[in-house]
Design a protein around this ligand. Sequence first.
Ligand code: GLU
Length: 419
Amino acid sequence: MPTVEWRSPASEMAVQQFDIAAAKLNLDANVAGRLRRPERAMIVSVPTRMDDTRVHVFTGYRVQHNDVLGPFKGGIRYHPAVNLGEVSALAMWMTWKCSLVGLPLGGAKGGVACDPAELSRHELQSMTRRFTAEILNFIGPDVDVPAPDMGTNEQVMAWIMDTYSQHKGRAVPEIVTGKPVAIGGTLGRKEATGRGVVYTIIEAAKHLGIDLSKCTAAVQGFGNVGAVVTKELANIGVKVIGVSDRTGGFYDPKGLPVEKLLEMVSKSHILEGCPYGEKIRNEELLELKCDILVPAALEMQITKENAERLQCRILAEGANGPTTLDADRILKEKGVFLIPDILANAGGVVVSYFEWVQDLQNFFWTEEEVNKKLRDILVKAFHEVLGMSQREKVDMRLAALMIGIDRVARAMLWRGLYA
Ligand code: GLU
């Protein structure tokens, strides 16, 4: 993004990706100028009473990139590295992601710079409620609908829903997605992002003629996305040889005991102290010899420094923006098949959309219906991207961005400029 306010490595990367796709699409210059920056960006102070009675002022953000296709949609991240630039990049990627998979939603993202692991449950709740109050006038079921992202979960969504509802004087479940099922959440949302990643891997393997039951995989990140990817890959017979989280990684060329790992992490929430496999560093995990590599943690993990050393055949981006542009070029030369983030991890927002629709209709679906509809959408999107990539002779990232951006641009041209 050109102005200094939201300049950061992530936002520069997002804008460069956009510029490359815009040039390939021959995008109308006036539309391109509007899409390079968010429609609205908010920075709020979030004073929070800590357990020792001190008031700590956190910084929170909500960036609304584009709502030409429908209400803004996107997660809320709690992480120490959250800043305006990162949130702006993530908001832009949400716009392309929703558009690519055909949802009537725009793109947004929010976050609070904090380390949720360092906060007590009470502090986390107070901070979440005050953050919600600060952005209350800018969100709404038909305006901007938040969801979980890194460091947030269904409990945080429940507090956001409650705070918003208290202000409105009635229950408003449709204000957030990724809520507990007990208060209007949908079946299958928690698993949706990870499941979606695996649905796209299955399509990639079919296209490449690879037998998944003979494949190995390594997964970076063992949160809501990485853990589900690991489980679902194991379910279809893929041997998971490496996993990692912020505390480090574990590697066993004969395959890790996935069920036991999941059980352990459901209690401890971290991989630290894992008794299975050999201990490796997080960076080493990315370079393991495997068929499928799934980065499912932070952005900009695969760079020009390590891309050359990657040994996977399929790179499925569970995280948002895990691969830099330089790394993209190197991986393309190496012949790695890329399933780009806005396609691979779109399952989360697709099922968020299902949750929002169910809330608005007060009519709930079975988990089978949710999963089937999710799979249909992702399989269709995968083949649209593959088709575009073959027709235009571009990589899968550029093809996905071109489809996502083109739909938004067409809608903007129809709607015109209000002035
Ligand atoms: N945070 C998720 C993402 O990056 C989900 C967003 C949503 O469900 O609105 O796609």
